[in-house]
Design a binder for this molecule. Structure first.
Ligand code: 5GP
Ligand code: ZN
Length: 117
C-alpha cells in the first residue's frame, strides 16, 4: 500500500535505523542524510519517512508531504550555508534513479553547470 514501509527498500531501512546514515536533519515526516557518494561538497538526500516510489507518485498520494521535502531542501541549504543550490528528483531508471523511494538530492558548494548531463 502507498506509504507503507517496504522490506526490500534501502531508504525505508535508513528511516527505521536498520542501515546507518549520516543524518543532518529530521522532522516528523522527513529524514535528511549525506549521500554516500557525494557529487558536490554538499550532497544531501531528503526522503519522506513514508515509502513512495518517486516524486510523481508522492505528489499524487500526498502533496503536503511533497511540499515538506521542498521546505526541508531550503532548511538544509540554510544549515549548509548555501546561497545557491540545486534540487534534483531523478524519476525513472532512464533518468538515473537507482533507489525507488523518492528522494530530493540537494547539491551545492561548487559551481553547477546548466544544463546537467
Ligand atoms: P538516485 O540515483 O536514485 O537518484 O539516487 C540514489 C542516491 O543514493 C545515490 O546518489 C547514491 O549515492 C545514494 N546511496 C545509495 N546507497 C546509499 C547508502 O547506503 N547510503 C547513503 N547515504 N546514500 C546511498
Ligand atoms: Zn522505502
Amino acid at each position: 500500500m502507498a506509504g507503507e514501509p517496504q522490506d526490500d527498500c534501502l531508504f525505508c531501512k535508513i528511516v527505521a535505523g536498520h542501515v546507518p546514515a549520516t543524518i543532518v536533519r529530521e522532522t516528523e515526516t522527513t529524514v535528511a542524510f549525506r549521500d554516500i557518494n557525494p557529487q558536490a561538497p554538499t550532497h544531501v538526500l531528503i526522503i519522506p519517512r513514508a515509502h513512495h516510489k518517486d516524486a510523481a507518485a508522492l505528489a499524487v498520494a500526498d502533496p503536503a508531504l511533497a511540499a515538506d521535502l521542498l521546505r526541508e531542501a531550503q532548511a538544509v541549504a540554510d544549515e549548509e550555508k548555501l546561497d545557491s543550490y540545486r534540487v534534483v528528483f531523478n524519476t525513472g531508471a532512464g533518468a538515473g534513479q537507482t533507489v525507488f523511494h523518492t528522494h530530493a538530492h540537494v547539491l551545492g558548494g561548487r559551481g553547477l553547470e546548466w544544463p546537467p548531463g
